[in-house]
Design a protein around this ligand. Structure first.
Ligand code: ZN
Length: 412
């Protein structure tokens, strides 16, 4: 309902920047977030009351209530911002309803003490030089670490452990890239983030591992402290900062890897994670797995929007048996476990890296193209350090130190 009309020559993107509100402006932002929460709670109450009385109620009804609601300080909040609070409430209601319908056990929607965003949609904001001006709040400095491009359709203000952010929602024109004539299947994994059907492996940095000990130490410390002590707050803050640091580092890496893939290939085949996750549900309960999965979906979503913008194609493929099938002879190895890093085919004897085999199957399943794997390991390895500190090189495999110039897979 609040999806903007999309012109087919344009694409919607978000840009996130750090902002530096003055102390006075920060006070106003926090106050608005509290008022937002009061409005949210009042509308939620209205919805629950209506449901108890078995009356029909829609987002339109609650939107109309905004005018009449008696909330302290309501006049301090831009009217469109309150409409977005209403949208947020209905988004949560519908999400919960969706989960319920799928048979999941769900709680109920809770009251909020403070909202964590202020959403200026379509109007009420202005960008002037390096300043963002918000109606009813004032101006704040923005750190544009990369240029903002396109037409700004909305701004979301967000508070996090490391400070304040503005997320600009922009509409930009598509920029088709020249065709490269290359298609690829990619397997996403834990050890190696990406393994391609033409034999390139991109390391998964496991940033979480790098900081895990530190996180555990801080958590242990917190569990011993009283929650009202000053030290507790300090350590809690430190922990939140580490989490955010990890998130930003991974984000940056995913951006680089996906940009690189979109530059390299006209068509990219990737497993449909929605289906895959359903299959693996129940096995993934740890935080580590949770982070992993959310990074995979982030990866595919970045890949998809970049491909769309560049006139490339990303195709999601049914993951059924992509790991268990021998890409050479088609035999299904039913007893392959997650621990088996090497695929050894009992029928034809082919011995190959597990992820590489999967990437070939993904390409084959998605494109229908015949694949002809060669008997060698993936040839080009791109380590994390190279990916994250510099732009991915537009290398051709001719320069690969280990591999020759024979492509490891022939398509078509
Ligand atoms: Zn085989």
């Amino acid at each position: 309902m609040w999806k903007t009309m999309k012109n087919s020559d344009n694409i919607q993107l978000s840009y996130k920047y750090k902002i530096y509100p003055s102390r006075e402006v920060e006070k106003k932002l926090l106050r608005v977030m509290q008022i937002e929460a009061s409005v949210y709670n009042a509308l939620l109450d209205a919805v629950e009351k209506a449901r108890k009385e078995r009356k029909q109620i829609t987002s339109r009804d609650t939107q109309n209530m905004l005018k009449y609601l008696k909330i302290d300080g309501k006049e301090l909040v831009y009217s469109k911002v309150l409409q977005m609070v209403n949208n947020q409430l209905w988004y949560n209601i519908n999400a919960l309803y969706g989960l319920k319908k799928k048979g999941k056990k769900v709680g109920k929607i809770r009251h909020k003490k403070i909202m964590n965003i202020i959403n200026y949609n379509q109007s009420g904001f202005k960008v002037q030089g390096n300043k963002l001006i918000l109606s009813k709040i004032g101006e704040m400095k923005v750190l544009f670490h990369r240029p903002l491009e396109g037409e700004v359709k909305g701004v979301i203000i967000k508070k996090s452990a490391k400070g304040w952010y503005a997320i600009f929602q922009v509409e930009v024109e598509k920029k088709p890239l020249e065709r490269t004539g290359k298609v690829v299947g990619i397997d996403l994994g834990v050890k190696n983030l990406v393994t391609t059907s033409d034999g390139i492996v991109i390391e998964n940095p496991n940033i979480f591992d790098m900081v895990e000990n530190r996180i555990k130490k801080l958590q242990k410390f917190l569990s011993r402290k009283k929650s009202e002590s000053r030290n507790y707050e300090k350590v809690r803050n430190k922990l939140a900062k580490i989490h955010e640091y990890v998130k930003n580092l991974i984000n940056d890496y995913i951006h680089k890897v996906t940009s690189w893939l979109v530059e390299q290939y006209d068509e990219i085949y990737v497993e449909d994670l929605g289906v895959k996750e359903m299959v693996e549900r129940g096995k993934s309960k740890t935080l580590r797995k949770h982070i992993l999965h959310s990074n995979f979906s982030k990866f595919v979503s970045y890949l998809s929007y970049k491909a769309e913008r560049a006139g490339r194609r990303v195709v999601k493929v049914d993951p059924y048996n992509t790991s268990k099938r021998c890409a050479k002879c088609g035999y299904i190895k039913k007893d392959l476990t997650l621990a088996d890093r090497v695929f050894v085919c009992p029928k034809c004897g082919w011995t190959v890296d597990r992820d590489y085999n999967a990437s070939l199957n993904i390409l084959h399943t998605g494109s229908g193209l015949p694949v002809e794997p060669v008997d060698r390991k993936p040839m080009l390895y791109i380590p994390f350090s190279e990916g994250v500190y510099s732009k991915f090189p537009a290398r051709s495999r001719k320069f690969s130190p280990q591999g020759g110039d024979t492509p490891s897979v022939r398509t078509g």
